[in-house]
Design a protein around this ligand. Structure first.
Ligand code: FEO
Length: 388
C-alpha cells in the first residue's frame, strides 16, 4: 500500500487487507478491512498514530521507509493487536521512539509485548504533545470498545484519529469512500458488531467528541470520513434509547412447521402495516442480522425444538445477541415441538442481559392448525399495540 498525503505533513501509512473475511474468528468481514496507521510530521517531531495488524507489518514498515521520516512518538490509541501488533517492529527500527498512551493501554500493551517502563510516556486525559507546528491532543474514550480506548486530535488540522470509534470494515484503495452511503452501511455494521454492547459508555464519550471542531475523521478501519457530522449524528441515534417500530425475526426450520408459522406471522405483521424482516439462520450472514438489531424495537425468535431445547442455530444466535445487548424493547418466541419442549425457558435464560418485555409465546405440536394461526394473529395484534 502506498503512502498517501491527507493534508500537509499528515500521511496514511497503514495497510489494506482485501482478503480478511472474518474478524475475531466470529464476525464476517465480506468487504475485507484496513488497518489504518497515520504519520503526523511536525516542524520538530514526528508521531506515528497506531500501527497495523501483525500480518501486515511489512506493509507498514515499507511505507515508513518510503517517507524517510524518523519517528519520535508512537501513539497507541488502543492496545488491541490489530493496531498494536507492529509496535515492536517500529521500535526496532526507531529505538529512540517513545510509546505515548494512557495508563490502561500501557497495562494491556505490557501484557501482550515485552516492554520496559522507560519506553512509555503515560498520558493524562486531555493532555497534549507538541510536534512543533502541530499539536496532538489526547482524549480518553474508555470502553469504546476496550477500557483503554482513546482518540487523538490534531488541533491545527482539525483531524480526529478515532481508532475503532467510527470505524468500518471496508477495504478500498481510496482514502475517502467513493460511496458515502456504502460507508455508512458498513459503519453501522461495525457499530453493531463491535460497539453496541457499550452503548451507555459511547453516549458519554460522544459528549467529548461534540466539543471538537472536526473536519476529517481518520478511523483505524475503513476509509477517512470527510463528513464527520453525519456519522456523529448516526452514532448519536444508534446509542440513544429510541427504537424504531421494526420486527426482526431470526428463524430456523427443520420440517416446515416453524417456517409455516414464520410465513404466517410475517404476513400478519405486513397486513397490520408493521415493518418486519425475517432472517433464515441457515442462509443469512450474521452481520446482516446484527446490523438490523441496532434500531429495532422487537425481536421475534422462531425455531423447532431439538432435544427439548431451541434448535442450536437459534441458540447460538441468541447467545451472540445477548452479548451484544441491542436496545430491543419487546420479544416473542414461536416454534414447534414433537413431544415436549423447554424452549421458552431456555431462550429467556439465554437473553438474560436484555431488558425486554415478552409477548405471549406460541409453541405448537406438529404442524400448525387453525387455533395456532389465531394465536399468531393475536401475537401480531400484541406487537401492533406496542407500535401504535
Ligand atoms: Fe480494531 Fe479494537 O481493534
Amino acid at each position: 500500500m502506498a503512502v498517501r498525503a491527507i493534508k500537509k505533513g499528515i500521511y496514511a501509512v497503514g495497510a489494506i487487507d482485501w482478503d480478511r473475511q472474518l474478524f475475531d474468528e466470529l464476525i464476517p468481514t465480506p468487504q475485507g478491512t484496513t488497518y489504518n496507521s497515520y504519520l503526523v510530521e511536525g516542524s520538530e517531531k514526528t508521531a506515528l498514530i497506531d500501527t497495523v495488524d501483525p500480518s501486515k507489518t511489512s506493509n507498514l514498515m515499507d511505507n515508513l521507509e518510503e517517507t524517510g521520516l524518523k519517528i519520535d512518538y508512537i501513539i497507541a490509541n488502543h492496545a488491541e493487536q490489530d493496531h498494536s501488533g507492529s509496535i515492536l517492529a517500529v521500535l526496532k527500527k526507531f529505538p529512540d521512539a517513545i510509546v505515548v498512551t494512557n495508563p490502561q493501554c500501557k497495562k494491556l500493551l505490557k501484557s501482550f509485548f515485552q516492554f520496559s517502563d522507560e519506553k512509555f510516556h503515560v498520558l493524562e486525559d486531555g493532555e497534549s504533545i507538541s510536534l512543533g507546528d502541530k499539536t496532538l491532543k489526547f482524549i480518553f474514550t474508555p470502553w469504546v470498545h476496550w477500557p483503554d480506548t482513546m482518540v487523538t486530535y490534531v488541533e491545527q488540522d482539525k483531524i480526529l484519529f478515532s481508532c475503532d470509534f467510527f470505524g468500518s470494515h471496508l477495504a478500498t484503495s481510496q482514502l475517502y469512500a467513493p460511496d458515502e452511503a456504502l460507508l455508512l452501511v458498513y459503519a453501522k455494521r461495525y457499530y453493531a458488531e463491535i460497539m453496541m454492547p457499550f452503548r451507555p459508555m459511547i453516549k458519554t464519550n460522544l459528549q467529548k467528541i461534540y466539543k471538537l471542531d472536526i473536519e476529517i475523521i481518520g478511523p483505524s478501519h475503513g476509509p477517512l470520513i470527510s463528513n464527520p457530522s453525519e456519522i456523529i449524528k448516526l452514532y448519536s441515534m444508534w446509542v440513544s434509547d429510541e427504537t424504531l417500530p421494526q420486527v426482526i425475526l431470526p428463524y430456523v426450520s427443520m420440517h416446515d412447521s416453524t417456517r409455516i408459522m414464520v410465513d404466517y406471522v410475517v404476513e400478519a405483521l405486513i397486513n397490520r402495516g408493521i415493518e418486519v424482516k425475517p432472517f433464515n439462520l441457515s442462509k443469512v450472514e450474521i452481520g446482516e442480522l446484527l446490523t438490523a438489531l441496532v434500531d429495532a424495537s422487537t425481536l421475534v425468535m422462531a425455531a423447532p425444538t431439538v432435544l427439548t431445547k431451541p434448535h442450536p442455530l437459534l441458540a447460538q444466535t441468541i447467545y451472540l445477541i445477548n452479548l451484544l445487548r441491542p436496545k430491543l424493547e419487546y420479544g416473542a418466541i414461536i416454534g414447534s415441538f414433537g413431544w415436549g419442549t423447554m424452549m421458552e425457558k431456555e431462550i429467556k435464560e439465554l437473553l438474560s442481559n436484555l431488558n425486554i418485555e415478552y409477548h405471549e409465546t406460541v409453541l405448537i405440536k406438529g404442524i400448525p392448525e387453525e387455533k395456532d394461526f389465531q394465536d399468531l394473529n393475536n401475537l401480531a395484534d400484541q406487537i401492533l399495540k406496542t407500535m401504535e
